[in-house]
Design a protein. Structure first.
Length: 287
């Protein structure tokens, strides 16, 4: 099988392409870092016609909240118009498409009643979340399609962002890490599990398509416990953490119900947060 991957040089794309090729399939990369732009529909169509792929795995995006907030126009052009181009060409050339979306489309969560399911209301409350959800609306016009909504991702190439990045940066400088709040929770999902989920989606049998799947661990982990695990992985005393007031941008609770992905795609996470950190920092030491 030949799989056309947009954003193949990014955080998710690099690990996913490696996993797919290790399992015997051919990948064709398409990335802005190589001058290949999903916003340019003529360039995109020429590549799709030339390579004639069996599947499209659409990962390319403005994927950081800060980047989307800084340049909303670029986020719209990439995440919405670019995805519209992908959807249009997938329909035109009858190519099944898998789209990487985000749990941010479920925000804001105003009435939390348990693990988040795929039938929860989705719209987004940030530039990033809203543009990714708008992209979903175009993908759903394709057939076959699969939409994967990722939980909170972490891994080696994202080690300087978010909670992990904040703790790692300060500990590396001999400073007490800062924890904002601590009771808020998240579903931390390791990049190698995400790569495997992407592979299972693009190779799924036809009766599993035209669906949306939550991809995460299904485990709720508090920021306090996550911080303790990071301290342990880095050899920092867990009682030497500076605690500040929780930020309003963080949801109070967030974790996925992943039963649909387990039942239909055969996806189950392999890396607990502690195991993911161990693997992540082990690779850092090697480099």
């Amino acid at each position: 099988m030949k799989i056309f991957i947009t954003g193949h040089l990014g955080f998710v794309g690099t690990e996913t392409r490696k996993y797919i090729e290790e399992h015997g399939h051919i990948t064709v990369g398409y990335d802005l870092m190589n001058g290949q732009d999903i916003r340019d529909i003529e360039q995109l169509e020429a590549a799709i016609k030339y390579y004639n792929p069996d599947r499209i795995l659409h990962l390319a995006a403005i994927a950081r909240f800060a980047d989307a907030d800084k340049d909303p126009q670029l986020a719209f052009e990439t995440n919405v118009t670019g995805t519209k181009n992908i959807a249009h060409l997938a329909k035109k050339y009858h190519i099944p498409v898998v789209y990487s979306s985000t749990g941010s489309v479920y925000m804001p969560i105003t009435d939390f009643t348990g693990a988040i399911k795929e039938d929860w209301n989705a719209k987004g409350n940030s530039v990033y979340g809203c543009t990714k959800y708008a992209g979903e609306t175009y993908i759903r016009e394709c057939s076959p399609y699969i939409i994967l909504r990722y939980a909170h991702l972490y891994g080696k190439e994202k080690r300087m962002h978010g909670l992990i990045g904040g703790f790692t940066d300060r500990i590396s400088r001999g400073l007490a890490p800062t924890l904002y709040g601590g009771k808020q929770s998240n579903d931390f999902t390791y990049i190698k599990d995400i790569a495997r989920a992407n592979f299972l989606a693009v190779t799924a049998p036809w009766d599993k398509w035209n669906q949306i799947y939550n991809i995460g661990t299904g485990e709720e982990l508090s920021a306090k416990k996550a911080g303790e695990d990071i301290c342990k992985a880095l050899g920092w005393p867990k009682n030497k953490v500076e605690i500040k007031e929780a930020r309003t941008v963080d949801p109070e609770r967030f974790w996925f119900d992943c039963n649909k992905a387990k039942t239909m795609l055969g996806f189950e996470y392999e890396y607990s947060f502690a195991d993911g950190l161990k693997d992540m920092f082990k690779e850092d030491v090697k480099t």
